[in-house]
Design a protein around this ligand. Structure first.
Ligand code: ADP
Ligand code: TYD
Length: 207
């Protein structure tokens, strides 16, 4: 059996991950892959319950509590969804994974990256996505897009300065892991982003 692949999509809120995830799913299915689409925080009943607590727009919590809950949800997600699917030979596409913790809790909230390194090591050891698509968008552009669709959750209510730190942390991760993380200019119109994505998928020949 061909081993499955694990693809993650990342970006600040409003970058276009969810939109392109649907396209990517269709594209890979048309190439005969069995695709499991999932998300973080979430992806399991317990993870979805944690997601509600984490995104609740009235909730307040310590930044370390936030990081621990993200990794707790991830531990469950790996155990119940991601690892079993990959073992079956399925492909898994996740709307966010651990890079989001480094970007939001590390960059945005200012938690020490070493603490996040320890949690990462504890929860997933050396396991990493095969490919991460990072949709890079200017903070103002992302903000305009999310404002147009729904009331903001607890993260989306953060100021632009927070999102600049999140974006910088994502770019640092992309610089640190250039073979795994591909940066896509998501400021472009939808069709152009889709074309870039199409080229990346074909050129890296993940099928
Ligand atoms: N490149 C783009 N140009 C214009 N609008 C976009 C683009 N990408 C996404 N959008 C729109 O922005 C909104 C947020 O996109 P979404 O995919 O939900 O973002 P994310 O999942 O990254 O938060 C949606 O209404 C979507 O149609
Ligand atoms: C996975 C993960 C997400 N998050 C945040 C980023 C997002 O603002 C939020 C999840 O929302 P998101 O996936 O963007 O969902 P939606 O498109 O429905 O708003 O959780 C973290 O802060 N750390 C993490 O480790």
């Amino acid at each position: 059996m061909t081993p499955g692949k694990f693809i993650t999509l990342e970006g600040i809120d409003g970058a276009g991950k969810s939109t392109h995830l649907r396209w990517l799913e269709k594209e890979l299915r048309s190439r005969g892959k069995t695709i499991i689409v999932t998300r973080e925080p979430g992806g399991t009943p317990l993870g979805e319950a944690l997601r509600e607590l984490l995104l609740d727009d009235n909730g307040t919590m310590h930044a370390e509590t936030e990081a621990l809950l993200m990794f707790a949800a991830r531990r469950e997600h790996l155990d119940k969804v991601i690892l079993p699917a990959l073992a079956r030979g399925d492909w898994v596409i996740s709307d966010r994974f651990t890079d989001a913790s480094f970007a939001y809790q590390g960059g945005g909230r200012g938690l020490a990256m070493q603490k996040l390194d320890s949690l990462e090591q504890w929860v997933q050891g050396e396991f990493q996505p095969d490919l991460t698509l990072y949709f890079d968008v200017m903070v103002e552009v992302g903000r305009q897009r999310i404002n147009a669709i729904k009331p903001p959750d607890r993260f989306e209510k953060e100021q632009d300065a927070f999102f600049r730190q999140v974006r910088d942390a994502y770019l640092e991760r992309a610089h640190k892991f250039p073979r795994r993380i591909v940066v896509i200019d998501a400021n472009q119109p939808l069709e152009e982003v889709k074309e870039s994505l199409d080229k990346i998928i074909s050129s890296i020949c993940i099928c």
